[in-house]
Design a protein around this ligand. Structure first.
Ligand code: S3P
Length: 429
């Protein structure tokens, strides 16, 4: 287990291009493996989670040809074959859930396995609808054994707003008879829909009493993908908050994906009156992209996260809880019970670590309340193998009064391999 040591920092200054978007990279690899023809992916995320996705599709016949470390051609196979061994999804729920949808709709069999954290995570949310579509699925937690079949489209209501559930079923629906629809209480990240449209699939949507509904019809022929992946707002979030909290800072995060289904953190910065600016707004591959500059903000205000905002910033909540420790008033985070089934129970882990650092945190079944502002003191805290918890504590460590030690920091490799060096590049020499 590796321990990350963080010292209090002087002003953070400079520009960082955060790592590429994890969600978009997963989807690019998966779709490239099922389209007709060779796809090109520029700037994919080279973190462990996405490398697992690529290895899994290669195990079923796709071939990756790297032109450089940041550009890959993917040659799909006309017919997927059953993999020779188990498919290792590592720490990645996105790999397991999205891949399950593609396997379920093909005449192959596979067993999907993961690390200790992934093995604890719920798969019933995809297993049950995939069974209703006609696939053989065993295991409501990993390992997940899937026997693919000719599927029939279904109308599925997901009680949680989950892009992983939605994407799994839409991907399965591409080869199902009839239409497959997913309704969720609020619209979760829509990268799958955007990418499907870019390869020629008709994706329809409506908003009604039950929530946001999206559907596809089976049988479309998919055109190859040519995509440049923007930086991940969920990774940018750590340095954005660091810039807001560390005295004298001015930090620019460039090329950041600002898809409205992902940009909830900007709503929080508005509520908290954090000084920031978005510049150079543009579009790549149907995704909004921009550069975000944050300045140190001496007296940020409390904020509220609930309802439709939750899926728009679900992965940013650990670091937003760190921001909340410095905000005037009590910040409330509600409707976020999903945090308990992420890479760790993020409600408990955030509360444990921040309390150890002197913060006032109350937990609920579906969220947290953080009373601020409090001075943070250095402590030894446990990330419990959860990359976002590790990086959130690192940001807290920048404003604590000594050396913060973060256990289990190797998990940062899953999404942000260059986190330490990017942070160091902003620190005074
Ligand atoms: C993801 C969706 C989210 C998010 C995860 C990545 C995706 O999970 O937390 O890190 O790429 O679809 P849920 O869809 O389960 O909320």
């Amino acid at each position: 287990m590796s321990v990350l040591r963080i010292q209090p920092s002087g002003p953070l200054r400079g520009t960082v291009r955060p790592p590429s978007d994890k969600s978009i990279t997963h989807r690019a690899y998966l779709l490239a493996a099922v389209v007709r023809g060779r796809s090109r992916v520029v700037d994919p995320l080279r973190g462990e989670d996405c490398e697992h996705t690529l290895a899994c599709v290669e195990a079923m016949g796709a071939r990756a040809e790297w032109l450089s470390s940041s550009e890959v051609l993917i040659h799909p196979t006309p017919e997927w074959r059953s993999p020779a061994g188990d498919l290792d999804c590592g720490n990645s729920g996105t790999t397991m859930r999205l891949l399950a949808g593609l396997i379920a709709s093909r005449p192959i069999e596979a067993t999907l396995v993961g690390d200790a954290s992934l093995t604890r995570r719920p798969m019933q949310r995809i297993a049950e609808p995939l069974r209703r579509m006609g696939a053989g699925v065993e295991g409501d937690r990993p390992p997940l054994r899937i026997r693919g079949a000719s599927l029939s489209g279904i109308d599925h209501f997901s009680a949680v707003a989950s892009a992983q559930v939605k994407s799994c079923l839409l991907l399965a629906g591409l080869r199902a008879s009839g239409a497959t629809s997913v309704t969720e209480p609020w619209c979760s990240r829509n990268h799958t829909e955007t990418m499907l449209r870019s390869v020629g699939v008709e994706v329809e949507e409506s908003v009604g009493f039950a929530g946001h509904r999206v559907w596809v019809s089976g049988g479309a022929i998919l055109a190859p993908l040519d995509i440049a992946v923007p930086a991940d707002v969920s990774s940018a979030a750590f340095l954005m908050v660091a810039g807001a909290l560390v005295s004298g800072s001015e930090v620019v995060l460039s090329d950041v994906g600002l898809n409205p289904t992902r940009s909830g953190i900007l709503d929080v910065l508005d509520q908290a009156k954090v000084r920031y600016e978005v510049a150079n707004l543009r579009e790549t591959g149907g995704e909004a992209v921009g550069d975000i500059r944050t300045w140190h903000t001496p007296q940020p205000r409390q904020f509220v996260i609930e309802g439709e905002l939750v899926p728009r910033l679900i992965d940013e909540i650990p670091v937003l809880a760190v921001l909340a420790t410095q905000c005037y008033g009590t910040t409330e985070i509600r409707d976020a019970a999903e945090l308990r089934v992420k890479e760790s129970d993020r409600i408990e882990k955030v509360a444990l670590g921040l309390r150890a650092m002197g913060a006032e945190v109350e937990t609920f079944a579906d969220g947290l309340a953080v009373a601020g502002p409090t001075r943070l003191r250095a402590a030894r805290v446990a990330a419990d193998g959860d990359h976002r918890i590790a990086m959130a504590f690192a940001v807290a460590g920048l404003i604590a009064d000594g050396t913060t030690e973060i256990e289990g920091a190797e998990s940062i490799q899953t999404s942000y391999p260059a986190f330490e060096s990017d942070l160091a590049s902003l620190m005074p020499i």
